[in-house]
Design a protein around this ligand. Structure first.
Ligand SMILES: Nc1ncnc2c1ncn2[C@@H]1O[C@H](COP(=O)(O)OP(=O)(O)OP(=O)(O)O)[C@@H](O)[C@H]1O
Length: 601
């Protein structure tokens, strides 16, 4: 069964789809693929193709110069001729240098453009991944994959690829010198191409294995960083190092296997090219002896052959980078296509705070078994709802549904009548005050943090939010007050300080819907009192406030209570009635149906 929310979003039926990932594609514009993003730089590619054509023609300078020196200068012993063709060759080499530099520069600009285009999208995907819980190391990291593709584009391999269409030009020149030399060239090119295909066959599997283990090692490191204190205090560091080390070793071994295979073939390819050049020289000598060619032809053919095979040889030598970029490209493409462009939306007016949940069934992203079902309630502006229930009963899941982080499998979550997916995810966030269970404050100053890094933030609004959260005095006592820097290298805050600043962030700009998940987990008595006052005042200002908690002190300022047990709504009604019933049944939540479920929608 699919709920309207989910069918509208076009999501897979298992697990609640996270908000935010889909918005990514919008930032990428239409395309939804790396190629589509690159197509925006098609003029740059045409420029590189044109420069490559000119550069390849100019690269004939070497063999032609040899031909002239051997067949014209040496036979005529004319110094002026030598000086003239020497000058001409110098000018052509200079032109080649300029054009080769220009095409490299254009490609690196195209690579930068791709990064500019897709980095915000990849960043959003990373954020969506971090709470979707369904991604594995094999899915890669969009930002790292984008970096790999960018570095590849700006590297030497793509230039070699632009040279490949010009290989027939060199083979044609060889054939013009003598048909047998052309034949040697064609056979040589085919052998080098076979070597390139062989490189791909032998290295692609170990490279994928290396990427998978490398990703797993990074995931262990990320987890260890996040829980640095716990793993150190609990003496878990050696085990975590072992865990990380085994993934890393597996990655290095797979990398070595692919590197060895690639290097073997690259050496063979290089040696074959040198051999072929000597073979062409020998063939040229035979032709000279048989009076079918001149000494100049002999030398020029050897150089031309080397030049003809160079691009293929270079790609074989760069295979590791080529294969890594191809894998990264494919992963990125798969992610971009999953994040199909969000449907166009009308910008809805600022909501008043009418929240309604009807027949909601939900599961975390990627999980098919619902952890929450049969949720029905509604809130009007100014209402205060406390959500109580044992651990793992689904309270935080409910909070994530109300703020639109996860979407329901069935049923609807509406804010002012509109299902949450009708809102632009970024705009919706401005109307919501959310205090998650695990408070993380990202970098910047306290002021930035409270104002959600809004560019149009005013001091007055920031201070108003801090005062509403009872955090103003606490902030003034920090080393630089509101300008104290947080995050890496910034001030270290206690759990209670973090929670109160996060509460101020939730209250910033008086959002019409405020959802607080365990807002008093780290608060002392003063903090509890400040929280109660903050909830009261937010309700007086007309916000609908939801408080999820284990501690009854946090629901002092709400008028209604909802009890969740084993993922089901077992009671919902006026606080006094529900709490009295709970007391009467020896603090065990009342059975379903004890209170008529309120339906105010
Ligand atoms: N990201 C997730 N991926 C998979 N399962 C999850 C995820 N988040 C929660 N769950 C599962 O959903 C169920 C409900 O969890 P939830 O966090 O909503 O409970 P809770 O009532 O908030 O618990 P607590 O009071 O301990 O915070 C639990 O069984 C939990 O294991």
């Amino acid at each position: 069964m699919r709920g309207p929310d989910q069918s509208r979003a076009g999501r897979a039926p298992s697990g609640a789809a996270p908000r935010g990932g889909g918005a990514a594609a919008n930032a990428a514009g239409d395309g939804g693929s790396v190629l589509a993003a690159l197509a925006r730089s098609r003029r740059g590619f045409w420029g590189v193709a044109l420069f490559s054509g000119v550069a390849n023609v100019l690269m004939l300078t070497g063999p032609l110069f040899m031909l002239q020196v051997y067949d014209r200068v040496l036979s005529s012993r004319s110094m002026p001729t030598l000086a003239a063709i020497g000058l001409l060759a110098t000018a052509l080499y200079l032109a080649y240098a300029l054009i080769d530099f220009a095409r490299g520069r254009v490609l690196s600009r195209v690579a930068d453009g791709l990064e500019d285009d897709l980095a915000p999208v990849a960043f959003r995907m990373e954020i969506a991944d971090s709470f979707s819980g369904t991604r594995t190391a094999a899915d890669g990291k969009p930002l790292a994959d984008l970096g790999t593709v960018r570095r590849f584009l700006a590297g030497p391999a793509p230039l070699a690829m632009f040279d490949i269409p010009w290989v027939p030009l060199y083979l044609g020149v060889l054939a013009m010198l003598h048909w047998s030399l052309g034949l040697v060239g064609v056979v040589g090119a085919l052998v080098v191409i076979v070597l390139a295909i062989l490189t791909d066959k032998l290295t692609s599997r170990p490279m994928l294995t290396a990427a998978r283990h490398g990703g797993a090692a990074v995931a262990v490191l990320d987890g260890a960083r996040r829980s640095a204190e716990a793993i150190t205090a609990l003496g878990m560091v050696p085990s975590v190092v072992n865990l990380w080390g085994s993934e890393r070793r597996a990655a290095i071994e797979a990398e070595r296997a692919s590197g060895d295979a690639g290097a073997r073939i690259a050496s063979a390819s290089r040696a074959f090219r040198l051999f072929l050049q000597s073979a062409a020289l020998a063939l040229g000598a035979v032709l000279v002896i048989k009076h079918e060619a001149t000494g100049g032809v002999m030398i020029a053919s050897s150089i031309t052959l080397g030049r003809a095979l160079a691009p293929i040889d270079q790609i074989v030598a760069q295979w590791k980078a080529v294969a890594a970029a191809r894998n990264a490209w494919r992963r990125l493409d798969a992610r971009l296509s999953q994040n199909a462009a969000e449907p166009p939306r009308v910008t809805l007016p600022k909501p008043q705070g009418h929240l309604s949940l009807a027949g909601v069934v939900a599961a975390p992203p990627g999980v098919s078994r619902p952890v929450l079902q049969g949720i029905n309630f509604s809130l009007a502006p100014g209402d205060g709802l406390g959500i109580l229930g044992p651990s793992a009963s689904g309270k935080s899941t409910l909070a994530r549904l109300m703020v639109g982080l996860w979407r329901p499998l069935a049923g609807t979550v509406r804010l002012d009548g509109a299902t949450l997916d009708q809102w632009n995810p970024d705009l919706l966030g401005r109307h919501i005050g959310y205090l998650p269970q695990d408070v993380e404050l990202i970098g910047g100053t306290v002021r930035d943090c409270i104002s959600r890094h809004a560019p149009d933030a005013t001091d007055a609004k920031v201070i108003e939010a801090a005062q509403a959260a009872g955090a103003h005095d606490l902030i003034l006592r920090l080393p630089n007050g509101y300008m104290t820097r947080l995050g890496l290298g910034g001030a270290a805050l206690s759990g209670g300080q973090r929670q109160r600043i996060a509460l101020a962030r939730a209250l910033y700009d008086n959002p019409p819907l405020i959802v607080l998940d365990e807002p008093n987990a780290n608060l002392d008595q003063d903090g509890d009192a400040a929280l109660t006052e903050a909830i009261q005042k937010a309700r007086q200002r007309g916000s609908a406030v939801v408080v999820i908690t284990h501690r009854p002190s946090a629901i002092a300022a709400v008028d209604r209570v909802l009890i969740v047990k084993d993922g089901r709504q077992v009671a919902c009604g006026p606080k006094e009635t529900v709490m009295r019933d709970m007391m009467q049944s020896n603090a065990t939540p009342p059975k379903p149906g004890v209170h008529a479920l309120e339906q105010r929608a």
